[in-house]
Design a protein around this ligand. Sequence first.
Ligand code: ZN
Length: 392
Amino acid sequence: MRNKHIYRTICIAILALLWNNISYGQKPQNVIYLIGDGMGFGAVSSLLLSEDDATGFEMAPVIGLNETCSANNYVTDSPAGGTALATGTRTCNGFLGVGPDSVQLESILKKAQKMGKKTGIVVNTTLTEATPGAFYAGVTSRKESYTIAKQFTESGVDIAIGAGLTAFINRPDSIDMTAVLIEKGYNVYLDWKQVINTQSEKFVGILQMSDVHRRNKPSTTTAGAADGAEVCLAAQLAATSADNDTTRFSEPNDYLEKASLKAIEQLSKNAPNGFFLMIESAIIDGYGHNNDGEGMVEEMQEFNRTLKALIKYVNEHPNTLLVVTADHETGGTSIAYKGHAINQPEGMTLSFSTKGHSGTVVPIFAYGMGAEKFAGIFKNKEIPGIIEELIK
Ligand SMILES: [Zn+2]
């Protein structure tokens, strides 16, 4: 615990130094928007209490609160939650990238493109899922994955890494959207090794689900989605990703960290106006739906590794703003009293009050240039506007 405090003090001192060196009026060139799907205070607490070393969250000096309601419910689903975080408009549950009037909205990613920034998306779910989709798509149902895939090909995103090949190739219209991407000048990779070794500055990695998310041991819970929440892919993934193929689970999953750093490496080349990168850790939500506390802690550890790597990047590139938040809380997750002593993190028990999402506020953590603007209590829809004000 003592080491943790010393580390935190050093981090704050370094930050203070950095801030003093930033002259008034300078604006961040690069933005990294890290979204933990379903990452509420219960999920964050489970990480903070189970890690002895300082987590990425503790290194972020600016903390805010985010009210996650949708336009028509206290409890948002991922499409409406993603839409608010991406476009600055609260929409109806089920709607993705469009307002309550079904009219397409312009996301902060599209605005960043207009400012001449390169743009990227990294997810550990399908590229056409709700949260990434909110940044480029416009549909009234998340289930329209074929339309979302087509809209992705028109998005102008420079680099994207995720899963979900089916929506691109096994389509009712028989169009091979990977061929469309290649025609538009993208390198399309279906293999992780190609992604991690590429020097391309315009590519789409469409990988297997088992490449982007896996678990060290089989789940003991089944997929759950209650309270009117969608039966989401994340819940199914969280329940099924650890199958009997134990050879796949011999190493910790570091996909999200490596994919994020690869995207940054390639996005920052030939980028005189900087870049905007959205990263989603999607399966925290799934473990919340499944009320799987052990899985949630494991997923938060991967999130933390990614967050720490991003903080290191920002330290080396102080003209970068890192904003971390969630689209909503999932599971009504809390730390339950079970009589376990401190320093026995393995004995920590997570308790859940729902198998769906909850309307509890979620945290915002901000780091780097402009981070101080995120101290306070915000509505989800205010966040992209604050980013836009900072970078325009
Ligand atoms: Zn969900």
